[in-house]
Write a protein that binds this ligand. Structure first.
Ligand code: PGA
Length: 245
């Protein structure tokens, strides 16, 4: 059975003090939620403070990125080891904002995926099409290519895939449950062909998830959870998403 995963992607929001304030409210609200795997991805600067506060909570810590080299002269980068040292069990890789603004290619992402798994992390690997790609009928080609190259040679048992249509991120436009299910089912088939035990791989949805739409998304058979941006910044709203059932 695939356990539902609900992950918060805070992007470039919250100082250390704001992280503590969030967790002081959020952790009591989700105490006893054992049927969902809860992940929190704060910015790098908040990992240490979050790690300390999450200790006995069952909520797991996730970084938003990691570089593939172990160490060296790479100003501004953070290695897998450093993230593990801060208490992370997971890392998000391939987010469309990294692909778009920081020019991360499928090839670079493949190096990151392998380095992360080699260093003991589990990976939330994001894929998804732009509006133009969807409208010109390229969704499956794009998502298929991102999976094929990005996950080449990777251990699928350490991977959760996040389908995040770029047009739904931060726009308030959620893909309908039917639209998402169609792509999730394509992803499950595709990773099966690429060597995954696809019925065991978590495939989560991201893009304007909120308390009002999480339940209908989770009712789809191939949607195993959510990667939540904007609505994860408020502890009450994120706790409602975690407790969608
Ligand atoms: P959103 O972001 O929930 O604000 O749309 C999701 C994401 O980018 O992971």
């Amino acid at each position: 059975m695939r356990k539902p995963v609900i992950a918060a992607n805070w992007k470039m929001f919250k100082t250390t003090a704001e992280t503590s304030q969030f967790l002081e409210v959020f952790l009591p609200l989700v105490k006893g939620c054992h049927d969902v795997e809860i992940l929190l991805a704060p910015p790098f600067t908040s990992l240490a403070v979050a790690s300390e506060m999450l200790k006995v909570s069952g909520v797991r810590l996730c970084a938003q990125d990691a570089f593939y080299e172990k160490e060296g002269a790479f100003t501004g980068e953070i290695s897998v080891n450093m993230i593990v040292d801060c208490g992370c069990s997971h890392v998000i890789l391939g987010h469309s904002e990294r692909r778009q603004y920081f020019k991360e290619t499928d090839e670079i992402l493949n190096k990151k995926v392998r380095a992360a798994i080699g260093g003991g992390l589990e990976v939330i690997f994001c894929v998804g099409e732009t509006l133009e790609e969807r409208e010109t009928g390229k969704t499956f080609d794009i998502v298929g290519r991102e999976l094929e190259i990005g996950l080449q040679g990777a251990d699928y048992s350490k991977i959760t895939i996040a389908y995040e249509p770029v047009w739904a991120i931060g726009t308030g436009k959620t893909a309908t449950p039917g639209q998402s299910q169609e792509v999730h089912s394509f992803i499950r088939k595709k990773i099966g062909e690429l060597g995954a035990v696809s019925k065991e791989t978590g495939i989560i949805y991201g893009g304007s998830v909120k308390p009002a739409n999480i339940k209908s998304l989770m009712e789809e058979k191939d949607i195993d959870g959510a990667l939540v941006g904007g609505a994860s910044l408020d502890p009450v709203s994120f706790s409602q998403i975690v407790k969608y059932n």
